[in-house]
Write a protein that binds this ligand. Structure first.
Ligand SMILES: Nc1ncnc2c1ncn2[C@@H]1O[C@H](COP(=O)(O)OP(=O)(O)OP(=O)(O)O)[C@@H](O)[C@H]1O
Ligand SMILES: [Mg+2]
Length: 245
């Protein structure tokens, strides 16, 4: 059987870690502490998707006001308004409730956008906001399933951004969204010799192999740059690593 088709994220080092990229049509969770670069990866995935691969994108945000999002993107050299005007990107500012409802209705603006511009990639910033929909984990999980099934049905390769509030990334995931997605990528701060560094790890990829290393990365103008693995350290994901060897 041929290997599943890949959708490169557009972050070169991350694509190497993912054995070429996300599996086309799959759903990935990008979990990270505040300011680690989640929104940046999301914008890079969509921008490079259009520019390098000619794939239209959908960015759904519950977090940022339009002008701050466009401004932050421009600081990376990504003109999202231009892509929107060219009909290759749609940016939607909404609430989780409105978004879920509209995903269900074939004639909703979101579904029209998905069809009109032929969306192949989507970013949801962030799914943590879904927690406001219910205090019940079981109900919350149903909402997540709803979202994920909607995206899968359309065959859209999706990146769900999510806040990560501590070393115990499973406990902070109240609706257990990490279990229903295909891929989980983690962005973390680690303190090494009194310097805060950023670390990226791929925790799972259904149907594919992936890099098991925890690598250092930086956010630069133009997006994420992924570097070598951390060496001789243990407990990196706890935030307070120890030196080994
Ligand atoms: N144009 C830029 N050039 C260099 N670094 C940048 C640039 N824009 C953002 N950064 C870095 O990226 C960080 C924030 O990135 P981003 O907004 O993607 O994080 P986030 O994980 O989405 O944050 P939040 O949890 O607040 O939503 C900044 O704190 C800064 O260090
Ligand atoms: Mg963000």
């Amino acid at each position: 059987m041929a290997d599943a088709a890949r959708t490169p994220t557009g972050v070169p080092g991350l694509d190497t870690m993912l054995d070429g990229g996300l599996i086309t049509g799959s759903i990935a969770l990008l979990q990270g502490a505040p300011g680690t670069g989640k929104t940046t990866v999301g914008m890079q995935f969509l921008y490079e998707g259009v520019k390098q691969y000619g794939e239209a994108g959908l960015l759904v945000t519950f977090e940022q006001f339009p002008h701050t999002l466009y401004r932050d993107a421009l600081a990376h050299g990504w003109n999202l308004r231009e892509l929107e005007q060219e009909g290759r990107l749609r940016v939607v500012f909404t609430s989780p409730q409105v978004f879920l409802t509209s995903l269900q209705s074939p004639i909703s603006p979101i579904n029209s956008a998905i069809r009109d511009i032929g969306v192949k990639r989507a970013v949801i910033d962030s799914v943590t906001q879904f927690q406001s929909l219910s205090a019940q984990p079981v109900e919350l999980r149903a909402y997540y399933n709803h979202l994920i099934n909607g995206l899968r049905r359309e065959g859209i390769t999706s990146l769900l951004l999510s806040e990560d509030s501590g070393p115990d990334f499973v406990r902070s995931d109240r609706g257990r969204v990490a279990f229903v997605v295909d891929t989980v990528i983690l962005l973390r701060y680690v303190e090494i010799d009194s310097v805060m560094q950023r670390a990226v790890a791929v925790l799972k990829t259904r149907g594919s192999d992936h890099d098991k290393n925890i690598r250092r990365f930086e956010v630069k103008r133009g997006g994420l740059e992924v570097y070598e693995p951390f060496r001789n350290r243990q407990g990196l994901l706890s935030g307070t690593p120890r030196r080994t060897g």
